[in-house]
Design a protein around this ligand. Structure first.
Ligand SMILES: [Ca+2]
Ligand SMILES: [Ca+2]
Length: 268
C-alpha cells in the first residue's frame, strides 16, 4: 500500500496561517500560480473588439443620435457644424446613444479647419460640461495647431500640449483620436506617431461630441470649420476565444500530472 494521495489537500501552515495547496506530497502553490499567470496572461492580453459603435457621414442628414445640446447644429451639404458657434459657453453636440465609453478610437474629418474641437469621455451635464476637449486650430482661427483642455463642470482648465504645423488653418484634415486608459492621442492625416497627446485620469468614461467656435454667416458659406465622416470604434480589451482558456487549463493539468509522476510514492 502506498501513501500517494490522489486528491488536493488544503493544509494550514502554522507559521503564516496562509493556505497552501498540496498535490500528492508536493506543494505546488508557487508552480501552479506561475503557470496560471502565464496561461491567464496569454489569453487575457488584448486584442480589442474593434467594433464600430457609431458612424455618420451626414450625407442623408445628421443621425438622430446627435444631441445638438448647445449651438443649434445643422447638417447642410453633407457636413455638420453649429449654427451658433460659441466658446462662452462652449457649444456641444454629443452622441446621445453612447455613454460610458472607456477605451475607443474616433475618426473624423475636419473641413476648413479653424476653431472647434472634439469632446472625449464627455457629458453635457445640464450645461456644466465635463470632458476632455481636443481643440482643432483655436485662437479664433489664428492657431496652426491642436491642443487639449480638461473641462470640469463647465470650467475650462488652461490649454495643454499645443502642437503646431504650418498651414493647418484652413486645411482639410483627418484626425484619428485614440483614448486608452489615461492617455489621449491624436494622429494627424494618417501619421504613424501621435501629433499631440494628453495624459489625465480626470475622466474614466463618458460620451463623445463636437464643439464649434468657427465663423458662421448664412446657411452655407462661410461656415468656418465643419465636420464629416465621424466614426467611433470600441477598443475595450476582450478575452480571446475560449479555446485559449481551455489550452491554459490543459497546460495546468499536464504540469500537475507530471509532478505526480515524479513523486516516487505515486509509482506502483
Ligand atoms: Ca459627408
Ligand atoms: Ca463652423
Amino acid at each position: 500500500m502506498h501513501t500517494c494521495q490522489s486528491g488536493i489537500l488544503l493544509s494550514q501552515l502554522p507559521s503564516t496561517g496562509k493556505g497552501r495547496i498540496m498535490f500528492g506530497h508536493l506543494p505546488i502553490g508557487h508552480l501552479s500560480v506561475s503557470l496560471l499567470l502565464v496561461c491567464v496572461g496569454s489569453f487575457l492580453a488584448p486584442p480589442a473588439s474593434a467594433a464600430i459603435l457609431f458612424s455618420d457621414n451626414f450625407n442623408a442628414g445628421a443621425s438622430s443620435a446627435w444631441g445638438s445640446e448647445r449651438g443649434t447644429w445643422r447638417d447642410t451639404g453633407g457636413v455638420y457644424d453649429a449654427t451658433f458657434p460659441d466658446n462662452t459657453p462652449l457649444t456641444y453636440s454629443g452622441v446621445t446613444t453612447l455613454s460610458g465609453l472607456t477605451d475607443f478610437a474616433l475618426d473624423v474629418d475636419v473641413i476648413d479647419l479653424n476653431d472647434g474641437g472634439i469632446w472625449l469621455r464627455s457629458s453635457f451635464n445640464g450645461g456644466a460640461i465635463n470632458g476632455v476637449l481636443l481643440v482643432t486650430g483655436g485662437g479664433s482661427g489664428a492657431n496652426n495647431g491642436l491642443y487639449w483642455h480638461v473641462v470640469q463642470n463647465g470650467s475650462v482648465a488652461p490649454l495643454q500640449n499645443n502642437q503646431t504645423q504650418a498651414g493647418l488653418q484652413g486645411s482639410d484634415v483627418h484626425l484619428l483620436i485614440e483614448v486608452i486608459g489615461n492617455v489621449y492621442s491624436v494622429y494627424l492625416n494618417g501619421g504613424a506617431t501621435p501629433f499631440t497627446t494628453l495624459t489625465t485620469s480626470t475622466f474614466a468614461s463618458g460620451s463623445v461630441g463636437l464643439y464649434d467656435f468657427s465663423p458662421v454667416s448664412g446657411a452655407t458659406s462661410p461656415r468656418g470649420q465643419t465636420f464629416d465622416n465621424f466614426q467611433v470604434t470600441d477598443l475595450t480589451p476582450v478575452p480571446e476565444p475560449s479555446s485559449f482558456a481551455l489550452l491554459g487549463i490543459g497546460a495546468i493539468t499536464l504540469a500537475a500530472w507530471r509532478l505526480l509522476r515524479r513523486d516516487p510514492k505515486c509509482r506502483d
